[in-house]
Design a protein around this ligand. Structure first.
Ligand SMILES: Cc1cc2nc3c(=O)[nH]c(=O)nc-3n(C[C@H](O)[C@H](O)[C@H](O)COP(=O)(O)OP(=O)(O)OC[C@H]3O[C@@H](n4cnc5c(N)ncnc54)[C@H](O)[C@@H]3O)c2cc1C
Length: 490
């Protein structure tokens, strides 16, 4: 691909972010180059969930019908506390769907990536080189030069007006350009296990996705398409991430649900779930996108979705500038808005994902304390006030902090009645058209739930107990009525 061609955009990395970038830019008629180290899509799914916004991007690319057989609606989720009681049930939104697609879906990543690549292959203005490595990125005032090493042809160069680094978490582009990452204060080892479960195993497993909010080992079960089930299991201090990923050790960890007769391990791998975001998303003519720009724990199933949102945000801006529709200072401001918009959204979403998890842990710890349980490694006794971890404290602080930021913003812009909340913060409130006071009230209520109400049960009135047919005291968990013996799979 070297020679006299100057591409409009060169994309390093052909994972989900790279392939969507190539498709969107290619559809706009731009001359695009893509290089990818691997020869084929990564065969094992990492992402398991996506959302309706991503389906709309797939619609834009014309692949929704092709992708549909490899997706299924996300099931309801149940959250169980330390003693197996249901503490929360999350149900899926009923139709009509606000964006036209099921809001939350599970999917099979390798097949979906293959469909996206087939789409790009039909665009004659996009050149894709697989099995080659980008070894050096050299930006200058007029463009960017990439050094590309081909296993047979050897070294060559590619020249482009702009480069998008979609080269994953250990991005060579980001490293070579010295672009820094900010730590979002989450760093934990987890084991992720994908099991192809047979009939016997399926009969044993819950029919909905489950969060086991057990402070000593929080874990998650996700119902993926067909007979694919994903377990995410937190590792305890001192556990060797390599050792727990051996088949024997993995089956041992799965033994509360399944035995080797119930299915086959598709993959098991230990991950360090780390929350990071790039300080700057643009350096001149080079942009970071996808995991190259941010990483987050998969609790909200949003890492890949965020990368697809990144390139969707960037593609139309680059096209407008490259076609000369926006010029001069306005063009620079438009390109700068990419990082400003995406970074704020990624930070907020990552924080809310951490918050959800931390609040689950807090709930479990408070409840265990009240009931006088002492779990290994968590020697809480009735009457003790459990010390919160740093991430838990932050989770409880994040909502008031967002509201305080919105207030500051409102004061600075002299709009007291219906100020715009900072991007990402309080987006729900913005959408629903509530004013700041409403957002603040809702946030305060949520915070109170996180610190006091959540995790507290009350004995229901006799009228409610009679209606539920409960013999003993019926407990009310944030509106969910649960009898302790009602959940046999826990
Ligand atoms: C266990 C787990 C569960 C997850 N679950 C979800 C989920 O449910 N939903 C969700 O949305 N996200 C999820 N994610 C996150 C998601 O998998 C990632 O965010 C996504 O794959 C990142 O896509 P990407 O294109 O940015 O990077 P990658 O997929 O990492 O692709 C980068 C590509 O660049 C190539 N490359 C790198 N360097 C070079 C080079 N120098 N030259 C040429 N090529 C290069 C690599 O070979 C690779 O193919 C999960 C992640 C994990 C680990």
């Amino acid at each position: 691909m070297s020679g006299s061609t100057v591409y409009d955009v060169a994309i390093v990395g052909y994972g989900p972010a790279g392939v969507v970038a190539a498709g969107l830019l290619g559809q706009k008629g731009l001359k695009v180059y893509v290089c990818e180290r691997l020869l084929d899509v990564y065969q094992i799914p990492r992402a398991a969930a996506l959302d309706h916004e991503i389906m709309r991007v797939f619609q834009q690319l014309g692949v929704v019908d092709a992708v549909a057989p490899f997706t299924e609606p996300f099931t309801n989720s149940e959250f169980f506390g330390v003693d197996g009681q249901l503490i929360r049930r999350m149900t899926m939104v009923a139709p009509p769907y606000p964006q036209g697609y099921t809001p939350s879906l599970v999917f099979t990543q390798p097949q979906v990536e293959r469909i996206l690549r087939e789409r790009v292959a039909r665009l004659p203005n996009v050149d894709v080189e697989l099995g080659v490595e980008m070894t050096r990125v050299t930006p200058d005032a007029g463009g960017v030069t990439l050094d590309i090493v081909h296993p047979q042809r050897g070294a060559g160069q590619v020249r482009a007006k702009y480069v998008i680094a979609c080269d994953g978490g250990s991005s060579t582009v980001r490293t070579q350009l010295g672009m820094q990452l900010e730590d979002l204060d989450f760093d934990e080892p987890w084991l992720v296990v994908d099991v192809l479960v047979n009939e016997r195993g399926l009969a044993k497993l819950p029919k909905v996705s489950v969060q086991y909010c057990e402070p000593e080992r929080p874990c998650t079960l996700v119902i993926c398409p067909k007979n694919h089930r994903r377990f995410e299991i937190s590792l305890k201090e001192g556990e060797d991430p390599k050792q727990v990923a051996t088949p024997e050790a993995t089956w041992k960890l799965l033994s509360r649900w399944l035995t080797p007769e119930d299915g086959e391990l598709w993959r098991q791998a230990s991950y360090r779930f780390h929350a990071l975001v790039a300080s700057d998303w643009r350096q001149g003519r080079v942009f970071l996108a996808g995991d190259a720009a941010h990483m987050q724990p998969p609790f909200l199933g949003q890492g890949m979705c965020q990368g697809i949102r990144d390139v969707t945000n960037l593609a139309w801006k680059l096209a407008a500038v490259l076609r000369g529709e926006v010029t001069g200072a306005a063009a620079q401001a438009l390109l700068d808005s990419y990082g400003a918009e995406r970074k704020a959204h990624v930070r907020e979403l990552t924080r809310s994902g951490q918050g959800a998890r931390a609040r689950r842990e807090v709930a479990g710890r408070l409840r265990r304390r009240r009931q006088g349980h002492a779990a290994p490694g968590h020697p809480a006794a009735a009457g003790d006030r459990p010390a919160l971890r740093r991430s838990e404290r932050r989770a409880r602080q994040s909502v008031p902090a967002a509201v305080a930021a919105a207030r500051r913003h409102a004061a600075a812009h002299g709009r007291r009645r219906r100020p715009r909340l900072a991007a990402g913060a309080g987006a729900r409130h913005r959408r629903s058209g509530r004013d700041l006071a409403g957002a603040a009230r809702a946030a305060t209520r949520r915070t109170a739930g996180g610190s006091r109400r959540r995790g507290r049960s009350v004995v229901a009135p006799a009228r409610m107990r009679r209606r539920a047919g409960a013999s003993g005291p019926l407990r009310v968990w944030r509106g969910v009525h649960a009898r302790r013996d009602a959940f046999p799979h826990r």
